[in-house]
Design a protein around this ligand. Structure first.
Ligand code: NOJ
Length: 558
């Protein structure tokens, strides 16, 4: 297997709006991030992925960009950005930018021109269609509720927006759009950034003829079916790779809604003709309902094991995995798979961090930050949650109370509450009024407290990262072959890793009850060394009784 720095890295995702506010306006900013580089260095990560910091009217918190080459004023200036980049590099930390080019903001000059007249030279930068029988051109729904088509009074046509109506989709079939995007990417690379996380990049090539798609029993057709892994997506990414990426030493991760193993082998192929790796969504969709994500079904452990193991085994040697449980679109995994306790946070982290792939830590995950008790719908800020609540209750498809419970469990806002730095007012995030409520548990869960406690979730993450990046087991953890043990066991997630004669055993009881576990005969060893465990001491034998949420990592010697 070819070695690469991005395979050996641990990435930390920052959601700038909620990370650290330096000027008291209640919104996190670039200076705030700069002030925490020491903290991140101490954690041990070496790459930061920043959610978008570009100029944006913030309909979708920066995922609606009105200028790709400017910084959102609330976050600071381009000078602040340059300083952050330089200081991060001085700390040995690289910076990966969020590249949002499936769509722009409707306030982007390209769209302003495009909608100005049917004849405008930028008309074809976006996807415009005539009405069909006086209606929308097809049944596609926006990921944020309602139709994916918006009627434009002035020019009497519809435009496509797979997300909010303030996020019109770019027309990638137009070579001028590709030129403009690649030129902009090149500009950022010239600045010295270290890579791109590519927002819904699997959606840039729409299905030929924009056909109706299945509604899955909902009000609209799922626009993902008409857009994911479309006919030209690999061609476009290969062009991007040739024209931009291959000229720089950058890392790339594509957010690939709807990606299958077969598709991932193309996107993240080890010949590196497209991207380095993808974010897949199968494992985070295991607890979705039949129509949408708004349900409280628990994740069934054997399903999770089967799914993650499939990705581990099938991409081995031919592509590369990203490893994540949390990000700004997911509720907190410690509240979803765990029971909010520090022990469960450590156990979940162990499962992920010892796998093959590049791990991603989402801000606050390293503290065991949990879902937030928002209460009423008025306390939510995310348009996905708010729109779904109104659309589904008003259509009579869901009862308000029941839906609100599901939103409390699954809303993206759970990940977006301010980072909990200390016991001070507003968790030390801001001197002003935070843009979204602070999770009231900040007096218990905060960085200041955890930094002072050697047994904290923070220090456990620090050890996991140290094992992967700096220990004598680094190559084994990064490159070793993965093998799942006891796939049917409903409580324990166990696997081995092997590399050039070294062997690792990972045992995680992902339940709040004791678990009996027998190590299969295929695993043999003579001596063992405990590398890390969330109960401190642990003993290994063929048959073991694991404590609730117990996790242990063993080096096996024969
Ligand atoms: C995926 C991003 O992660 C999400 O936050 C955003 O709302 C959509 N793409 C639209 O850009």
């Amino acid at each position: 297997m070819k070695k690469a720095w991005w395979k050996e890295s641990v990435v930390y995702q920052i959601y700038p709006r909620s990370f650290c506010d330096s000027n008291g306006d209640g919104i996190g900013d670039l200076k705030g991030i700069r002030s925490k580089l020491g903290y991140l260095k101490e954690l041990g990560i070496n790459v930061i992925w920043m959610s978008p910091v570009y100029k944006s009217p913030n309909d979708d918190n920066g995922y609606d960009i009105s200028d790709y080459q400017d910084i959102m004023p609330e976050f600071g200036t381009m000078e602040d950005f340059d300083q952050l980049l330089q200081e991060a590099h001085e700390h040995g930390i690289r910076i990966v930018m969020d590249l949002v080019v499936n769509h722009t903001s409707d306030e982007h000059p390209w769209f302003i021109e495009s909608r100005s007249s049917r004849e405008n030279e930028k008309r074809d930068y976006y996807i415009w269609r005539e009405p069909v029988d006086g209606h929308e051109p097809n049944n596609w729904g926006s990921a944020f509720s309602g139709s994916a088509w918006e009627w434009d009074e002035k020019t009497q046509m519809y435009y496509l927006h797979c997300f909010s109506k303030k996020q019109p989709d770019l027309n990638w079939e137009n070579p001028k759009v590709r030129d403009a995007v690649f030129e902009m990417m090149d500009w950022w690379c010239q600045k010295g950034i270290d890579g791109f996380r590519m927002d819904v990049i699997s959606m840039i090539s729409k299905k030929e003829g924009l056909p109706d798609v299945s509604t899955d029993g909902g009000l609209y057709g799922n626009c993902m079916y008409g857009t994911c892994n479309g006919p030209h997506v690999h061609e476009y990414l290969q062009e991007m790779n040739r024209r931009v990426l291959s000229k720089y030493d950058v890392m790339t991760v594509g957010e690939c809604a709807g990606v299958t193993i077969e598709e991932a082998k193309k996107y993240a192929n080890s010949e590196n003709t497209e991207l380095n790796m993808v974010f897949q969504f199968e494992h985070t969709s295991l607890d979705a309902g039949p129509m949408d994500k708004w349900c409280k079904k628990p994740i069934f452990l054997p399903d999770l094991k089967e799914n993650l193991s499939k990705w581990e085994n099938e991409l081995e040697d031919v592509a590369w995995n990203s490893l994540y449980f949390n990000n700004h679109d997911q509720p907190r995994m410690v509240s979803r798979l765990g029971d909010n306790s520090p022990l469960s946070a450590k156990c979940i982290a162990t499962v992920l961090h010892m796998m093959q792939g590049t791990p991603y830590v989402y801000q606050g995950e390293e503290l065991g930050m949990t879902n937030c008790p928002f209460g009423s719908i008025e306390n939510y800020r995310d348009l996905e949650s708010i729109n779904a609540y109104h659309e589904l209750t008003e259509a009579g498809l869901r009862q308000p109370e029941e839906l609100l419970e599901c939103i409390a469990y699954k809303s993206r806002d759970n990940a977006r509450t301010p980072m909990q730095w200390s016991e001070e007012k507003n968790a030390g995030f801001t001197e002003g009024t935070p843009w979204i409520m602070v999770n009231p548990n900040y007096t218990e869960i905060n960085a200041q407290k955890e930094l002072a406690d050697p047994d904290s979730v923070f220090h456990y993450y620090q050890k996991l990262i140290w094992l992967r990046r700096f220990s004598q087991w680094s190559d084994l953890i990064v490159y070793g072959q993965y093998q799942l043990l006891a796939p049917e066991h409903t409580q324990v997630f166990a696997y081995t890793r092997e590399y050039e004669g070294q062997k690792l055993l990972v045992l995680c009881n992902l339940s709040g009850q004791e678990a009996d576990f027998e190590i299969p005969d295929s695993v043999t060893w003579e001596k063992e060394e405990l590398l890390l465990g969330n109960y401190g001491e642990a003993k290994l034998s063929k048959k073991i009784k694991m404590k609730p949420w117990e996790a242990s990592i063993w080096s096996l010697l024969s």
